[in-house]
Design a protein around this ligand. Structure first.
Ligand SMILES: *Cc1c(COP(=O)(O)O)cnc(C)c1O
Length: 460
């Protein structure tokens, strides 16, 4: 054991869910049946599931207790007011509208404010955010700092927006065509990197100067606030809640997937100050999500969410959360496994093209690594690379690959222990030692959109 500080869980286990490790023959069969696509493998055949941190959190005993006191009244349920109170305490915005998950919040907000041809800057759009902008005929523009795309530059706040680029963009396009500026905290599609308070303040000033509303995509706001506390001068003595409230004070609203930093398995909301826009949003909500005091959620969901928002800002929770992910990164880094640095808040990203330099991009090294990892150990990870993000060149018809070819190990909140983390690291280190045996793949079936979910492959 090296001298690393082991993150000790600040909870004990009251309920257990058995895990079964199936034999390597069964894993081989599961891979063949899935078309070498881990999205198609039933979760019962997965030993440790690092596919996503979304909706996979373990709830606390207090959250489970709150489920029993959910008020399921259609209108004006007590649980709604508990939820509303909790969101207002944490976010500080005037109005709160529940939705069934984050993308519903995005869809409704954008339906209310975007027209065809509009543009939405963001540090980096998450895929559902991008899709919800584009489906309205608007353009999703990523303006993160250049360093966000370099896995080797270690900066404390690699999720920051490039404020110079943002301002020239506004000057070039005109503020009339930009109905909102978004900022994703932490920056999920850019390695889960945090954004600094200074950067938030600067973006906010630009938004005010050009009279453009400023919204957060706030899924991992508590993790972002914790990084500010640890890394930004002047914040060490502030509470995470104070930091979160300061972050949100610079904005006009936020969309939220409660499946991340509200520690529940389903839920979301929009929080905002503008009363007129809130009315518009509530009217759209009624058409698809439901009445504004439940928005696609049951009373008990709203109770658990209200409680989750209180727990997610507790410092011993966050310290463990962030250090558990970091610890996994250190175990891999120490063994020479190439990872994106620094480690972000919710996942470790492996640089798959460096892990498997003998597999050319058109044979999908990231995908090959997810297959090899499952085969070796029953661990499920997700490719964030050529299969997920390649675009067809209109003229040559060939794939144009994204800059980064990665495999993401997303760590669910409060679900896995330190032994699970060691198991995952050991599996990857052992694979790394025999990496030249791993083969590339070719696609034998794909759908026109979001092909990674359903594509089928053959090994070369
Ligand atoms: C998960 C996520 C969303 C979408 O939320 P869902 O609850 O999955 O619909 C939006 N933005 C970011 C940054 C996310 O991580």
């Amino acid at each position: 054991m090296s001298g690393k500080k082991i993150p000790v869980e600040p909870f004990k286990i009251k309920v257990v869910e058995p895990l079964e490790k199936i034999s390597s023959e069964e894993r081989e069969e599961a891979l063949r049946e899935s078309g070498f696509n881990v999205f198609n493998i039933p979760s019962e055949k997965v030993f440790i599931d690092l596919l996503t941190d979304s909706g996979t959190s373990a709830m606390s005993d207090r959250q489970w207790g709150r489920l029993m006191v959910g008020d399921e009244s259609y209108a004006g349920a007590r649980s709604f007011f508990n939820f509303e109170h909790s969101v207002k305490q944490t976010f500080g915005f005037k109005n709160v509208v529940p939705t069934h998950q984050g993308r519903a919040a995005e869809r409704i907000l954008f339906e209310a404010i975007l027209k065809k041809g509009d543009m939405v800057p963001n540090n980096i759009h998450f895929d559902t955010t991008r899709a919800n902008v584009e489906v309205r005929g608007a353009h999703a523009i990523d303006l993160a700092i250049e360093e966000a795309y370099d896995p080797d530059i270690e900066l404390p706040f690699k999720g920051n927006m490039d404020v110079g680029k943002l301002e020239s963009f506004i000057n070039e396009k005109g503020s009339k065509r930009i109905p909102v500026i978004m900022m994703t905290i932490t920056n999920n599609s850019g390695g889960g990197q945090p954004v600094s308070m200074e950067n938030i303040r600067q973006v906010s000033q630009i938004c005010r100067r050009y009279k453009i509303p400023f919204f957060f995509d706030a899924c991992r706001f508590a993790e972002n606030a914790y990084f500010i506390k640890k890394r930004e001068p002047g914040y060490a003595d502030k509470s995470v809640l104070e930091i979160a409230r300061e972050m949100f004070s610079y904005a006009d609203g936020a969309t939220m997937s409660a499946k991340k930093d509200a520690l529940v398995n389903m839920g979301g909301f929009i929080a905002l100050n503008d009363d007129g826009l809130t009315e518009k949003i509530k009217n759209l909500l009624i058409i698809s999500e439901g009445f504004p005091t439940y928005g696609g959620l049951s009373g008990r969901d709203l109770e658990a969410l209200a409680q989750g928002l209180k727990e997610v800002i507790e410092e011993d929770y966050l310290e463990h959360r962030i250090s558990q992910v970091e610890y996994l990164g250190e175990l891999l880094d120490d063994a020479g496994v190439p990872i994106y640095k620094p480690v972000g808040s919710h996942a470790v990203y492996i640089m798959a093209d460096r892990f498997l330099p003998h597999i050319p991009r058109p044979q999908y090294p990231g995908w090959a690594l997810t297959v090899a990892l499952y085969r070796e150990s029953g661990v499920r990870a997700v490719e964030i690379g050529g299969v997920m993000f390649a675009k067809k060149d209109e003229i040559s018809g060939k794939d144009v690959f994204p800059k980064l070819e990665m495999v993401r190990l997303a760590v669910p909140r409060r679900v896995y222990t330190i032994s699970h983390i060691h198991y995952v690291a050991d599996a990857l280190v052992s694979l790394y030692k025999k990496r030249e045996k791993i083969r590339g793949l070719k696609i034998i079936y794909q759908s026109p959109h979001l092909r990674h979910f359903t594509a089928r492959f053959e090994e070369l």
